[in-house]
Design a protein around this ligand. Structure first.
Ligand SMILES: Cc1cc2nc3c(=O)[nH]c(=O)nc-3n(C[C@H](O)[C@H](O)[C@H](O)COP(=O)(O)OP(=O)(O)OC[C@H]3O[C@@H](n4cnc5c(N)ncnc54)[C@H](O)[C@@H]3O)c2cc1C
Length: 347
């Protein structure tokens, strides 16, 4: 009888972590680093498609300026491995409540259980649907002046009006080049105030729909307008619609909502990454659509520390209860966990 009970507890503890981090980009790995260093049992489950994968280098990152996106993450994975964090390649398809914790189901059918969740799955950039645009994304079709603006300084830059921030983007890129053209495309024409600003900064406004993005020999050539004209440009700035990758959270009651900026959808959270669902934290682009690599990593580290503090609070309350009543059912369960502790995660 006692044996059966112990086996049940062992099964329960199998594959059960203090924290499961879903997403192994800058935010997830930084969170895992804080948690691993806090001697938490942590698994990072990562589908391996970071948002900036098409880019040659990560810019605006102090100390590692220009490092390739893949080299940065490989370095991060090495660092968290050093603190005993498990890394698992895979895509989480569903998350559900499991007692006081969570159960994750992966696309390959595997299950992972954890006391807390840190969701750092990033976002999807929904690009304007124009022939020839997607293949240049992250190369010479750009969105962010801080990520790639310096690399196209002084060049002929086009801005394709494609979102509520497009005029703002044009003004920011004007800081990097005197040759900026704003294509109104299918968006409403700039307001009088915006038009005045664009004119004052020497930004040419071209009205009419853009029908394709033209390139030759692995370089952008320009954009083709509906009247057949080719407007030659070396780089094209677009505003993607940014949508949090968080469909797997719906059973927990967490769904992406419209971001107040109008730029897309995100999972809201407080400044520490805590969501409205107890036990679930978010960090990086999944909640902060404008987040860079450095700010995503910082948010992941903050969330990791907060999760550790939350677990410490729970464990302290439990220890106090055990101290008061050493023979309670909770205390016995705790003893079982301690006995089986060294059989977890192949340690
Ligand atoms: C083209 C481009 C270039 C950029 N260049 C720069 C730059 O130079 N400097 C800069 O600071 N920022 C840059 N950025 C922004 C940068 O990409 C983001 O700030 C950063 O990637 C956010 O990190 P993250 O960890 O939140 O998300 P991501 O890096 O996108 O990582 C999320 C991870 O979660 C995984 N994932 C998603 N869903 C699941 C799931 N269900 N199960 C398991 N795993 C999942 C993904 O596969 C991915 O590996 C660029 C963005 C783009 C689009």
């Amino acid at each position: 009888m006692v044996l059966v009970e112990v086996v049940t507890v062992a099964e329960e503890l199998e594959n059960r972590y203090d924290v499961a981090v879903v997403g192994g980009g800058a935010a997830g790995l930084a969170g895992a680093l804080m948690l691993g260093r806090s001697r938490r049992s942590v698994v990072v489950i990562d589908a391996g498609e970071p948002r900036n994968a098409p880019a040659r280098g990560v810019h605006g990152l102090l100390g590692l300026e220009g490092i390739s996106p893949s080299a940065l993450l490989e370095r991060g994975r090495e660092e968290v491995r050093g603190y005993g964090v498990d890394l698992r390649q895979g895509e989480v398809e569903a998350a559900a409540r499991d007692g006081s914790g969570f159960a994750l189901t992966l696309k390959d059918g595997a299950a992972v259980r954890a006391r807390r969740l840190l969701v750092t799955t990033g976002l999807v950039d929904q690009l304007p649907d124009l022939p020839g645009l997607r293949v240049r994304w992250g190369r010479d079709v750009l969105h962010c002046p801080y990520c790639h603006g310096h690399e196209v300084r002084d060049q002929a830059i086009g801005v394709l009006a494609s979102g509520p921030m497009s005029v703002h983007q044009a003004l920011l890129f004007r800081q990097l080049s005197a040759d900026v053209t704003y294509f109104t495309h299918t968006m409403p024409a700039p307001t009088d105030e915006q038009h005045e600003q664009l004119m004052a900064r020497g930004i040419t406004v071209v009205e009419g729909e853009v029908t394709s993005v033209e390139s030759s020999g692995d370089r952008l050539v320009g954009v083709r307008l509906a009247d057949g004209t080719l407007a030659r440009r070396a780089a094209l700035v677009v505003a993607s619609r940014m949508v949090a990758r968080a469909g797997f959270l719906s059973a927990l009651g967490l769904r992406p909502v419209e971001h107040p900026s109008g730029m897309g959808q995100h999972i809201p959270a407080d400044p520490t990454g805590r969501t409205e669902v107890p036990g679930v934290w978010v960090a990086g682009n999944v909640t902060d659509l404008a987040g860079q690599v450095s700010t995503s990593a910082a948010a992941g580290a903050m969330a990791g520390a907060q999760i550790n503090a939350d677990l410490v609070g729970e464990e302290t309350a439990r220890a106090v209860a055990e101290q008061r009543d050493p023979f309670s059912a909770d205390s016995e369960q705790r003893v079982c966990e301690l006995v089986l502790g060294d059989r977890r995660h192949g340690q």
